[in-house]
Design a protein around this ligand. Structure first.
Ligand code: DGL
Length: 298
C-alpha cells in the first residue's frame, strides 16, 4: 500500500498496482482484422497522447466478415494470446465490430484481469438522433446476423424502422483505397444504396458505420449519397471509454508519450506495406513496423 497526493489535495491510500500505474505511460493495444481500426486509433491518439499505442492488424485473417462464428472465436483467441504475451498492454481495444459483437465475452473470460474495450454498432445514438425514425446499419455480413446486433436493435431502436445492410466487399474496398488503389464510385454506390430507404412521407436520416473500415471512405460516401444523412461513427465514443478505463486503472492523463513517431504497427502476415500504405500509416503516427507472422490455421 502506498499513500499518494492526488488531485484535490487530499491523501488517499492506493492499492500497489494503481500506484505503479501512475509512474509510467500506459500501453494500449488497438486490434482489427485490417486497417479499419485506424479510425479508432486516431481518436485514441487524440484522447490519450500520453499512451504508448500498438496497432495490430490480423491481415492474415482478413476479412473477418466472411468467417464462421466458431472459427472467428478461435482465431481471435489465438491472435490475442500472442499479442498480449508480446506487448503486455494495460488495455486492449477491439476496434472491429465483426469481432466485438461475437468474441468479447470469450476474451474477457480468457483474460479476466485485462480491460477490453469493444466496438459495437452505434445503434443507440443513431436511433436517439434520428428524426424520421428510419435508420440503417451498414456492416459486414458477420455483424448483421449477430444476435448482439439484433439485441441492440430491440433494446435501443424499437421505435425505428431499421434496415440492416451487410456488405461483403466494402471493407476490402476501404483497404484498397488506403493502399492507394483506385476504387470506383459505382462500386461504392452499389454497396451504400440499400441504406437509403424512402417511403411516402419519410426517409432514412441516419446510417450507422458499423464496420471500422467504413469511416475511411466517409468523404466518398457523403459525396455519393442520394440525400444528406448523419453517418454515425462510434470512434470518438470508444476513445472516451478508453480514457475512462485507463483512469480506472490509475492512469490519469500525463505528459505525451515521448517518441510518438515510433508507435508500433504489426501485420500478422508480416507483409511489408508498400509505399502508399507506408505513407498513410506514417501520416497516422505509425512508423515502427514489428513483423510477426501469425498463420491462419482455420
Ligand atoms: N473492421 C471490421 C469491423 O469493424 C471488419 C472488416 C472485416 O471484414 O474484416 O467489422
Amino acid at each position: 500500500m502506498q499513500v499518494d497526493l492526488i488531485a484535490g489535495s487530499r491523501y488517499r491510500a492506493l492499492p500497489s498496482h494503481l500506484a505503479e500505474s501512475m509512474t509510467r505511460h500506459p500501453t494500449i493495444l488497438v486490434f482489427d482484422s485490417g486497417l479499419g481500426g485506424l479510425t479508432v486509433f486516431a481518436e485514441i491518439l487524440r484522447a490519450r497522447p500520453d499512451a504508448q499505442l500498438v496497432y495490430a492488424a490480423d491481415d492474415a485473417g482478413f476479412p473477418y466478415g466472411a468467417w464462421s462464428e466458431a472459427a472467428l472465436v478461435e482465431r481471435v483467441n489465438l491472435v490475442m494470446d500472442r499479442l498480449i504475451a508480446r506487448f503486455r498492454p494495460d488495455a486492449v481495444v477491439v476496434a472491429c465490430n465483426t469481432a466485438s459483437t461475437l468474441v468479447l465475452p470469450h476474451l474477457r473470460a480468457r483474460f479476466p484481469a485485462m480491460p477490453f474495450v469493444g466496438t459495437v454498432p452505434a445503434i443507440k445514438p443513431a436511433a436517439a438522433q434520428s428524426r424520421s425514425k428510419m435508420i440503417s446499419v451498414l456492416a459486414t455480413p458477420g455483424t448483421v446476423v449477430r444476435d448482439y446486433t439484433r439485441a441492440l436493435i430491440e433494446t435501443y431502436a424499437a421505435d425505428c424502422a431499421v434496415t440492416l445492410v451487410g456488405s461483403a466487399v466494402l471493407a476490402g474496398l476501404a483497404e484498397a483505397w488506403m493502399k492507394g488503389e483506385p476504387v470506383a464510385d459505382a462500386d461504392l454506390l452499389r454497396e451504400i444504396t440499400p441504406c437509403f430507404v424512402e417511403t411516402n412521407d419519410r426517409r432514412t436520416d441516419a446510417i450507422v458505420l458499423a464496420c471500422t473500415h467504413y469511416p475511411l471512405l466517409l468523404a466518398r460516401f457523403t459525396a455519393l449519397s442520394p440525400w444528406a444523412v448523419d453517418w454515425i461513427d462510434p470512434a470518438p465514443a470508444i476513445a472516451r471509454r478508453v480514457d475512462h478505463v485507463l483512469a480506472d486503472g490509475g492512469f490519469e492523463p500525463r505528459a505525451p508519450f515521448p517518441d510518438r513517431s515510433m508507435a508500433r504497427v504489426l501485420f500478422t502476415s508480416a507483409t511489408r506495406p508498400a509505399a502508399a500504405l507506408a505513407h498513410a500509416l506514417r501520416d497516422r503516427g505509425l512508423s515502427d513496423l514489428v513483423e510477426a507472422p501469425i498463420p491462419v490455421f482455420a
